[in-house]
Design a protein around this ligand. Structure first.
Ligand SMILES: Cc1c2[nH]c(c1CCC(=O)O)Cc1[nH]c(c(CCC(=O)O)c1C)Cc1[nH]c(c(CCC(=O)O)c1C)Cc1[nH]c(c(C)c1CCC(=O)O)C2
Length: 339
């Protein structure tokens, strides 16, 4: 078979119109998701049930024909494998038992393989059921972003608990991040073995870090992951999404070794073009343009195409789609993009 479009871009080719998928494309903005979610019980029950997770991953592909399907799971399955008391409270997001500094040394990764087996089974099912032209994207959280939830025990606006933990306990922070890096790399290797075509590392909170901490938390552990994945899978294609990283993105590809750089919606087009000279980029429509639709949506799509469309580009949002995104606006985005 001719290579999948999204994989061609990850190999450095320019494809026109560009392949497209949307972060969080399986989710609450789809009525068919809300229906299954009500049947499955909790959100985590969905993630660990290969029948449900396969179905939910396929829903946006059937409806919109995206070029990429992202595995339905969550970045917090890794702390769940570490038995950190993960649960989801409706309307409030994830809750975990806040990690104390004296607990870091006794975190035990040995359950991970068994615990994550249903997610790996979902990947294998997906590769069988997806259309041949659809790229299957595996993923995990980057160590720092996962650690922010483990340390605070919930989401926070600026991740102050994790940043303070790092300043007060640098050795424990390093130990935690590299433990997560090893586990996450093993998890990505298993996803690739089971049939994922490529993987994305989500560092959704990298944007809160100062320069020294960005190096220590957002570069070092991610570079270790990339090295470990490449040692097992020399041809693996990896997308790195460090949201809000701003000027740090200029060296992100080179320092971490990722193939493609994910761009949030604030990355300026001139800077994005510079990044594209060294390889593929992904992004970066403001998710609110998708909510607004109409002119705001058309102008946002056109601007990305005009500036980045003549190089290797995977079209995406600059962060995840939200539950209030109208389905007709997703259709309008695809029409604008594909003609
Ligand atoms: C930080 C983070 C998380 N999860 C994720 C991130 C990184 C990306 C980002 O920054 O958005 C990543 C993620 N979460 C989910 C996916 C699935 C695949 C996809 O469609 O993109 C992916 C790739 C499903 C999900 N993960 C979650 C939902 C909503 C759960 C529900 O159905 O109630 C989905 C579809 C829950 C979740 N999971 C997480 C939070 C903070 C929340 C609650 C916020 C919310 O309710 O939207 C942690």
């Amino acid at each position: 078979m001719e290579q999948r479009k999204l994989m061609r871009v990850l190999n450095g080719e320019t494809v026109s119109p560009p392949p497209v998928w949307l972060m969080r494309q399986a989710g609450r903005y789809l009525p068919e998701y809300r229906e299954i979610r009500a049947k499955a019980g909790g959100f985590l029950d969905l993630c660990y049930d290969p029948d449900f997770a396969t179905e939910v991953t396929l829903q946006p592909i059937r409806r919109f024909g995206f070029d990429g399907a992202i595995l339905f799971s969550d970045i917090l399955v890794i702390p769940d494998a570490l038995d950190r008391g993960l649960h989801f409270v409706a309307g409030e997001g994830p809750k975990l038992t806040p990690l104390r500094v004296d607990e870091v040394a006794s975190l035990d990764p040995s359950r991970a393989e068994t615990h994550l087996a249903p997610v790996i089974a979902t990947v294998a099912r997906l590769r069988e059921e997806l259309p041949a032209e659809t790229t299957l994207i595996g993923f995990c959280g980057a160590p720092f972003t996962v650690a922010t939830y483990m340390i605070a025990g919930h989401g926070t606006p600026d991740q102050a608990p994790a940043r303070l933990f790092g300043y007060r306990h640098p050795e424990a922070m390093e130990k935690l991040l590299y433990l997560l890096a090893e586990m996450s790399a093993d998890y990505l290797i298993r996803q690739l073995t089971a049939g994922a075509d490529c993987v994305q590392i989500f560092d959704s909170w990298a944007g809160v870090l100062d320069e020294a901490c960005f190096e220590a938390y957002a570069i070092g552990p991610v570079r270790r992951m990339v090295e470990k994945v490449r040692a097992a899978k020399p041809d693996a294609k990896i997308i790195g999404f460090a949201k809000g990283a701003g000027a740090f993105l200029s060296t992100y590809r080179e320092k971490t070794g990722v193939d493609a750089v994910g761009l949030d919606w604030q990355v300026p087009m001139g800077f994005a073009q510079d990044l594209q000279r060294s390889g593929p980029v992904q992004g970066n429509l403001d998710p609110l343009r998708l909510i607004a639709g109409g002119r705001a949506l058309d102008e946002g799509v056109d601007r990305i195409l005009q500036n980045l469309g003549s190089g290797p580009l995977i079209f995406n949002l600059g962060h995840g789609i939200t539950p209030d995104a109208p389905i007709e606006h997703v259709e309008a985005l695809l029409k604008r993009l594909r003609g």
